[in-house]
Design a protein around this ligand. Sequence first.
Ligand code: HGY
Ligand code: MN
Ligand code: MN
Length: 413
Amino acid sequence: MANNLHSSFQLGEKVERMIEWLSSFGKTENGGVTRLLYSEPWLLAQEALRKKMDQCGLCTYFDDVGNLFGRAEGTESSSPIILTGSHIDTVIDGGKYDGSYGIISSLLAVEYLLNHYGFPKKTIEVVSLCEEEGSRFPITYWGSGAITGKYTFEQIQEMTDSQGISFVKAMEDCGFGMGKFPSPLKKDIQCFVELHIEQGRILERKGKTLGIVSHISGQRRYNVTVVGESNHAGTTPMIYRKDAVSIASELITLITNKARARDLMATVGKVIAKPNVPNVIAGEVMFTLDVRHHNEEFLDDFCSEILQYLKIISKQNEVGISVEEWMRVKPVTMDFYLTKLSAEIAENQNLSYEFLVSGAGHDSQVFGTYCPTALFFVPSCKGISHSPKEFTDKLYLENGLKFLIEYLYRLAY
Ligand code: HGY
Ligand code: MN
Ligand code: MN
């Protein structure tokens, strides 16, 4: 099938145009995208995507958390289904490709297959997952987690975003979470297939076109709060201070140095100081800590060592240090047979490829504990992601799409 992929179809052009189109929902003034769960740009994007799916001849529906599906009914079997797609939400001021490329390539791949080969033998569903990033509410993988039963509505009842808006209210204001749509739990998935940008630099450095993910790193995310004593910046001698900012910065430096020494990823991405004014010693600092590694034991050891250390610092400085773990996801291995098929198709299409461990989390991490799952990457320019500078060349976008077309063809036709 590979050789007669109709290149006149200008696949790369089409992907690029749709990436631009989808990025217009939540576009920021510096060319990034902010499309947070249950925000207006998020809802407009899902509704516009639904129209595109309808135009492609798919049967579309939402589930009750706002995952959007486009279904190409199998001529021989309607269940189990081949599920393919990615997430529609973004980080704040993120890039145009993270998540979006996976949704658009899945939709265009199924459109291509319908146009050239008619309906599949096995049902294929394209999914635009409602949330993966954890950028608005303190929960990640809400979309894939609701589909696989990792999450129910219980977990989000008391949740609010940083503006104090409740998760439930935001969800219901978009029409979801009130039983108007089918329950998100799906038990009819044969496998999940996700195409994504690498968000790293390995493929570019090695000059490879496709990444075939073997494992996805495990993650822990914490909120660490240091409670010192706010006081006057001019009259409080240094030795009497309980300066939450200076203690927090000591902790952050130590944690990141330890991670560097252990070849583990540790990131402090958010820091909030209170009262956050120049002439007051900060009484309180909250910082987030995101720790990742593909070996769970390694992750466990590092995190328990850090928690131990925080206790010591808290005693030494007579300050309160509290740690709230709000996200934990295990390292996951991708399906052996699906991964083997990927290598076969890549060779078939003369695509240079590399097996990779993914440092970034993906919905495939959640599906990977639930059904056979495969995750593929196309190169990211300079490895930049979660930034308006995120970019992937049209040729790579096209290669990834052609790969996915053949992949879905092999699975469902
Ligand atoms: O943070 C991540 O790894 C992913 O982009 N959500
Ligand atoms: Mn991301
Ligand atoms: Mn992503």
